[in-house]
Design a protein around this ligand. Sequence first.
Ligand code: CA
Length: 231
Amino acid sequence: MPTVLIVEDEIKLRELVRSYLERDGLTVLTAGTGADGLHLFAAAKPDLIILDLGLPDISGEAVAAEIRRGSSVPIVMLTARVEEADRIRGLELGADDYVTKPFSPRELVLRVLAVLRRGAGQDDQQPTHGYGGGRLVIDEATRNVTVDGGQRELTPTEWRILLALATRPGRVYSRAELINRARGHEFEGYERSVDSHIKNLRRKIEADPAQPEIVLTVLGGGYRLGLSRDG
Ligand code: CA
């Protein structure tokens, strides 16, 4: 059973979310501060983290940044803030989904289950594909991505975006198409968040993120894979 770590200082909200997740059979760990969250994360290696942005000690952004230094564990962020800039900043830190307070616990659970499903890689019948003469190798069964022989750790959202682009190399995918593929549901006004994930993805897979060769921006909107499929 997947383990979910909730980092949230509001006890009532934390326990409410816990009860909903446990009802769906998930194992739940909780922390009320960023420091406790980081300790529990290191000790228990949860499969997903629900992270409140407004914590009493260190900010949720700082917690996410610390986690992202060594892990691609899925992160779902909770926030009371509604400013676009805050959302984008969270997504730049590598959050896989976002829920704005107040939210329905059921909706949050559905998002968590969707992120866990995407992370589990349902496509295990698919073979390994090479692109650009072996520069990029995508193994759908194990979710392994290697670039120039080196393995790259992608978040579930980055993985889904790359997989979508690689489905038909050269085809242009709009932001709306990519966000849909990556998240499985529509996000009003979230098309810009694709840019954040692309930026993070490029940092991981491009030799020079400023001169991308794998994930190309298409003038007039959208992205395409810059390598052709081998074989
Ligand atoms: Ca809070």
